[in-house]
Structure formats: structure tokens, C-alpha cells
Design a binder for this molecule. Structure first.
Ligand code: TRH
Length: 400
């Protein structure tokens, strides 16, 4: 099998989705497919939040089999790789493009697009776009949820790790899964004794929910609903832009990692931003996950617990079309009542207003949603984005 050298270019626009996706892809191409991967990132400080091994001061370093390079302007002279992946139309450095064009056999060049469940994606996947002045062709590569798209990023061993994590009530060192996740917090949180591991101890009827979202007027509604819930709700919320709003609900002007806030039946733990693999564990350990953007949204699907998606908001409202396109695909084959409940809550959450009824209906369907989510994850797992990219390279590269 050909194992091309590969350059991935990532510009961090805002948030963590761009680098989150690129880092995941880079690791997979290197570790699972044996490619020599260079990942060019313009903002190493943001990268270091989800990969603490990254030293933001270094121009070049190696992590997880990937050569991480600081993408500086102007761009130092560099021999292009055989396979060039421009992430999310970040625009390659002109010096690098010129070097590509000078090669007798230019690299295979794709633009990795944002994920969307909309139908038009199938028609645009792999379309060529000739460069206006250089002898180069770029291809659009669309991740997606159908066989005619590029698929999704999924590590080979992820389901095995997830299942082992979820099925072992106690790890080798004798701690429950719940406690392992609590490790992400800098200090042990004041959890009720004995261990809060799922189904054990005092909190057998507690619902554990991770909450990763953008600023959202519906957040206050949601916290109210949980505070008044009949059974305890333990919410795990990473630090971020939505946190001040959550803090205000508890009468605080400020909250930070390791704070524990309490109101009614709701306990909210503020988590630090953790590295990517730990974030997966958090999703596996929760009964319900609120996720956002692109990468955490996909990870929640692999976690296969009921989840609520806060889509990245766009000014012109096109995100709502994307939201509905996904809901339509995801709800295919789901029992009518559960599909209705999911649609109502997701619409409300993304529309900035939710009611207790929306939450109760969704919550009541959680077992159906879990089974459906598991089947959905199994189906989607068959279409690997990393593998599809490599196959595209193999088909497109000049034959020796
Ligand atoms: O950070 P995001 O809002 O990123 C967004 C979206 O990708 C959006 O589509 C894009 O247009 C915009 O950026 C520019 O959400 P996302 O995609 O879920 O990325 C978050 C990443 O952070 C993901 O890889 C998971 C990771 N993460 C951690 O590693 N640790 C954590 O503690 C948390 C909460 C997330």
C-alpha cells in the first residue's frame, strides 16, 4: 500500500474545531496508516489546550508520530509532501503553492471541507477546482454521513476502548469509571460518598450530563429545569464562553475550573479543558452529552449516548438548514415519539428557548435514543474519512 508523505495545513479561526479535526486526522494518518505527516498550525497556543504536550514556543516538534510545525508568515522554503490537505479552505502559503507548481509531478491536493449532512454535499464531494494561474488542481473533499461522502474520523480502536471503559465498573486500580473521569478535575471534587460510579452508592438515580456549548439564551432555561428535576442532575461543564452565564444562574459573577455549584437538585462541576482523549472518556461516562460545532458532535455520536447538538451559529441562519438536514438523517428509523422529542429539544436549544416539557420528553426517550445511537454509530463507522482520503490519494497520484 502506498504511504504518502502528507502535509496538513490548519489555520485556527476561532474555537477548537479546526485544530481538533486536524490533530485527529494527522494522528490517524501517522499512527494507523504509517504516513509521514507534518501538521502546520498557525496558532500553537490553541493547539496546546487539547494537546498539552505541544510547546507553543517551538517551530518544530514531534507528538504522537506527527511532526508539528509552526505555520509562520512568510513561509520558509519547504519541499512539498506528496499529499497536501488544506483544512477548511485555510489558503495555502503562496511560497508553498509555488513550490508545488514547480514539481514535475505536483502533489495530490485536497481541501477538507466542514461537515454537513445536507444532500448537496454528495454532488460536490471530490469535485476538482483548477488553480486560476498555476498548473495545479485542488479537490473538494467533504466529510459526511452517507457512502457518497468522505465519511467521518474514527480511530480503529475507539469502540473497543469505549466498550471496555463503559463495561468495567472498576478499573485495575479499583476506581470506578465515574472517578476516573473526575480525575480531569485538578482537585478531587466533593462528591457524595461512597463512590459515585454509575449505578452505585447514594446517587443511583442521578443523571450525569456533560455540557459543552456556545453562549445560549436557552442555557438558563435548561439549568432551571435541572435544578427543579425530580432526581439529581450532575452537570460537567468545561470552562469556556458559556460559563459566565451558568455562573450567573448560581448567583455568581465568576466561575472557574474545579468550582462546584449547587442549586436545587442540580450540581454543576466546572471542568478544565482536557486533552482530546480524556474528553472522549467524559462523553462515555455521561448519560447524556451536550456537544457543539463539528468534532465534539461526532465524538458524541461515537459515544452513542443520547446527545444534544449546539450547531456553530452562522449569521445568515444557514446553520439551521444544516441542523435539520442532520436531524432528518439521524431520525430515520427512530421511533416517532423519540424523533419528535429529539427534534423539539434540538430546535429549542438552537433557537434559544426550551421548556420543561421538551426536556422531559427527551429524557423519557433516553433508552430508545441510546439504542438508536448505538446502531447509528455502527452504521457510520463503516465510512472512514482517513481511509477515504488515502484511497483518493492512491487513485489520483501519478502512477510510477
Ligand atoms: O470548538 P468548536 O466550537 O469548534 C468550531 C466548530 O468546529 C465549527 O464547525 C467551526 O466552524 C468553528 O470551530 C471554527 O467545537 P468542536 O468542533 O466540537 O471542537 C472542540 C474540540 O475540542 C474537539 O476536538 C473536542 C476538543 N475538546 C477537548 O479536547 N477537551 C475538552 O475539554 C473539550 C470540551 C473539547
Amino acid at each position: 500500500m502506498t504511504k504518502p508523505s502528507c502535509d496538513i495545513f490548519c489555520a485556527v479561526v476561532d474555537n477548537y474545531g479546526d485544530i481538533g479535526v486536524c490533530w485527529r486526522l494527522a494522528r490517524q494518518l501517522a499512527q494507523e496508516h504509517g504516513c509521514a505527516v507534518r501538521l502546520w498550525v498557525d496558532d500553537l497556543a490553541s493547539f496546546a489546550r487539547l494537546c498539552p504536550e505541544v510547546d507553543a514556543r517551538l517551530d518544530s516538534q514531534h507528538d504522537c508520530g506527527v511532526e508539528v510545525r509552526h505555520w509562520r508568515k512568510p513561509f520558509a522554503e519547504t519541499a512539498p509532501a506528496q499529499f497536501v490537505i488544506e483544512a477548511f479552505a485555510c489558503t495555502l502559503p503562496p511560497e508553498y503553492l509555488a513550490a508545488m507548481a514547480r514539481l514535475p509531478q505536483p502533489p495530490v491536493w485536497v481541501n477538507l471541507e466542514y461537515l454537513s449532512a445536507e444532500d448537496w454535499v454528495e454532488g460536490c464531494h471530490k469535485l476538482p477546482s483548477p488553480h486560476p494561474s498555476l498548473p495545479l488542481v485542488k479537490y473538494f473533499f467533504f466529510p459526511g454521513f452517507t457512502e457518497k461522502t468522505g465519511g467521518l474520523l474514527l480511530e480503529n480502536d475507539l469502540f473497543a476502548r469505549r466498550d471496555a471503559f463503559q463495561s468495567s465498573p472498576l478499573s485495575l486500580d479499583g476506581r470506578g469509571a465515574g472517578e476516573r473521569v473526575q480525575d480531569v478535575m485538578p482537585q478531587p471534587p466533593p462528591l457524595p460518598n461512597p463512590s459515585p460510579a454509575r449505578g452505585e452508592g447514594l446517587c443511583a438515580d442521578e443523571t450525569r450530563i456533560s455540557l459543552f456549548c456556545y453562549k445560549n439564551p436557552a442555557l438558563t432555561d435548561l439549568l432551571h429545569i435541572w435544578a427543579q428535576a425530580a432526581a439529581p442532575v450532575r452537570c460537567l461543564m468545561p470552562e469556556g464562553r458559556a460559563l459566565p452565564q451558568a455562573a450567573a444562574f448560581f448567583g455568581k459573577t465568576h466561575a472557574a475550573a474545579s468550582d462546584v455549584l449547587q442549586r436545587g437538585n442540580l450540581t454543576l462541576h466546572v471542568l478544565p479543558f482536557v486533552e482530546q482523549d480524556r474528553y472522549d472518556e467524559l462523553l462515555w461516562d455521561c448519560d447524556i452529552n451536550f456537544v457543539r460545532g463539528e468534532d465534539s458532535f461526532v465524538r458524541a455520536q461515537w459515544a452513542a449516548q443520547p446527545f444534544v447538538w449546539h450547531i456553530y451559529p452562522q449569521h445568515d441562519g444557514v446553520h439551521l438548514q444544516k441542523l435539520r438536514a442532520f436531524m432528518e438523517k439521524f431520525c430515520d428509523g427512530l421511533a416517532t415519539e423519540a424523533a419528535r422529542a429529539l427534534t423539539a429539544l434540538w430546535e429549542g436549544w438552537n433557537g434559544g428557548r426550551i421548556s420543561g416539557e421538551m426536556w422531559d420528553d427527551f429524557f423519557a426517550c433516553r433508552d430508545v435514543l441510546r439504542r438508536h445511537g448505538m446502531a447509528w454509530a455502527e452504521r457510520q463507522a463503516g465510512n472512514s474519512l482517513a481511509l477515504n482520503l488515502l484511497n483518493f490519494y492512491r487513485q489520483s497520484a501519478p502512477k510510477p
